[in-house]
Design a binder for this molecule. Structure first.
Ligand SMILES: O=P(O)(O)OC[C@H]1O[C@H](O)[C@H](O)[C@@H](O)[C@@H]1O
Length: 522
């Protein structure tokens, strides 16, 4: 089953969508919301997750036509191709199997004729036993003391995923302190060194290629610092690696038993489900790490089997295409109403923009339509006091995902009520705005008519600004796994619809090469 490489703009559905757009371009969310069934018709409940997409400039026909487009470009087969281990990363001649990493089914997944499930299970067992030893204190450093600090050394996908998950699951964290070193900026590693004791620190070097300049430089610096107090014979007690480049790992001096595998069928930005997530398992324990994977698997099953009109990642992808390609919105905001998720926007920037930031289609032709969206965001309510002014009253259309939780983790209900009132309040303000009449009424008692007329235009909120409410019962490892997998599948769906390859990243290479050349001339 090869991917259908169809320019979406040449399909019948696209033509129909173009006509439909002309018909409803000026439609207003406020008017649409008068339909009392709208919320029910435009929301999907899946276990502990409710996605309400009723506050969008869409009608039932919009969804029908977008779903027809997904069918016309062969999304169903493309999803099957991914799950079944086909080499859908054509430009790198690789399968894309992060979903296999979290699959608990016994059904074999063949990559180049070989079932990859057994090696995944072996790696999981190794992660489990290693995490248990370190967390329980049985794993000793070179002076016989237990480990107190973990340092994850990696960048890009070998940093952002584990860092974001560890931050998001802080509530579930154990006694170990976890640090993340990524930047080549020596001040980053220096600041972290200040906090470490070599006797009780475990270094986890994460690099699929084991050639990444930042990671290797930071790892060497940390090794040299460690060797000021210890000897090379102590390295096996303090350094482990996650990589697919065994030779380079060996050259670095890592003990063979301390190597966790990475495979070429897992992309860096989709790798937190592999041993790249070792720091997660060390920080929150293997059971929580496993629950994260299980949550992701639940979303995988939903994505693979559900009809497109009830399929959360597909619907979110289609709505995003509607704004990106018809309304020509350039950016999307991700706004989590949980302080724990403060690193989610950064993580999603790599996942989304490195995947779909492509200007050449799967036939090798330059595209003449918009592809990858620019994604950005921050946590509520802080961002309400920062950039939301522009989202409410600026000149740009910025569709936004509002991520929220029905319950807080510590149970300060007064705080949580206020947090959620803001969560809903922002979406309502964006969608329904505030009319001239409402502003006038509000100002009526506060001044003379001239003053009111002068102020009026500044106080009006046009509204009609779209948002999706993504609401979970509670932030748990399982629900977090579901959330991240939801965005992963949204990315793939969009890549298929835009007829681009989502799993390579040649665009990051040139800058790296030039930096190397410049370094030699210095
Ligand atoms: O894991 P590594 O091989 O060190 O790669 C780390 C990162 O570097 C590259 O520049 C890529 O853009 C990322 O996709 C990747 O995650």
């Amino acid at each position: 089953m090869a991917l259908k490489n169809i320019n979406p703009t040449t399909t019948n559905s696209w033509k129909e969508l173009t006509n439909h757009f002309k018909d409803i371009e000026n439609i207003n969310i406020k008017d649409l919301s008068k339909d009392e069934n709208r919320k029910e018709d435009f929301s999907i409940q899946f276990d502990d997750l409710l996605v309400d997409f009723s506050k969008n400039r869409i009608t039932k026909k919009t969804i029908q036509l977008l779903v027809a487009l997904a069918k016309e470009v062969g999304l169903k087969d493309a999803i099957e191709s991914q799950f079944s281990g086909e080499k859908i990363n054509v430009t790198e001649d690789r399968a894309v199997m992060h979903t296999a990493l979290r699959s608990t089914s016994d059904v074999p997944v063949l990559v180049e004729g070989k079932n990859i499930k057994p090696q995944i299970q072996t790696a999981l067992r190794k992660i489990k036993s290693f995490s248990n030893k370190v967390i329980s204190g049985k794993w000793k450093g070179y002076t016989g003391k237990s480990i107190t600090d973990i340092v994850n050394i990696g960048i890009g996908g070998s940093d952002l995923g584990p860092d974001m998950i560890v931050e998001s699951l802080q509530f579930y964290k154990n006694q170990l302190t976890t640090h993340f070193v990524s930047n080549i900026d020596g001040d980053h590693v220096s600041e972290i060194i200040k906090k470490l004791n070599p006797e009780t620190t475990l270094f986890v070097i994460v690099s699929k290629t084991f050639t990444t300049q930042e990671t290797i430089t930071n790892a060497e610096t940390l090794k040299n610092w460690f060797l000021k107090s210890a000897t090379i014979f102590d390295i096996p007690k303090h350094f482990v690696a996650v990589s697919s480049n065994l030779e380079a790992v060996d050259n670095f001096g890592i003990d063979k038993g301390n190597v966790f595998p990475m495979w070429d069928w897992v992309g860096g930005r989709f790798s937190l489900w592999s041993a790249v997530g070792l720091s997660i398992s060390l920080s929150v324990g293997y059971d929580n790490y496993k629950a994260l994977l299980e949550g992701a698997e639940e979303m995988d099953i939903h994505f693979r089997n559900e009809d497109f009109d009830k399929n959360i990642p597909v619907i979110l992808a289609l709505i995003s295409i509607w704004y990106n390609n018809f309304y020509l919105a350039e950016t999307e905001a991700v706004l989590p109403y949980s302080q724990y998720l403060k690193k989610l926007p950064d993580y999603l920037q790599q996942a989304i923009m490195e995947s779909n930031g492509k200007g050449v289609d799967r036939n090798g032709h330059k595209v003449d339509y918009q592809t990858g969206t620019i994604v950005w965001g921050s946590t509520g309510t802080n961002m309400q006091h920062a950039f939301m002014q522009l989202v409410h009253q600026g000149t740009k259309l910025i569709p936004a995902d509002f991520i929220g939780y029905k319950q807080s983790l510590y149970g300060l209900t007064d705080h949580h009520k206020k947090l959620m009132a803001n969560y809903y309040g922002q979406m309502e303000a964006l969608a329904f705005g505030k009319s001239k009449e409402e502003v006038h009424l509000e100002l009526k008692f506060s001044g003379d008519e001239d003053k009111i007329n002068q102020l009026l235009p500044f106080k009006v909120f046009e509204g009609n600004r779209p948002s999706n409410a993504i609401l979970f019962d509670k932030l748990t490892p399982r629900s977090l796994g579901k959330l991240v997998a939801m965005y992963e599948h949204k990315i793939y769906t969009q890549g298929i619809l835009w007829n681009i390859y989502s799993f390579d990243q040649f665009g990051v290479e040139l800058g790296k090469e030039l930096a190397k050349k410049l370094l030699k001339t210095q």
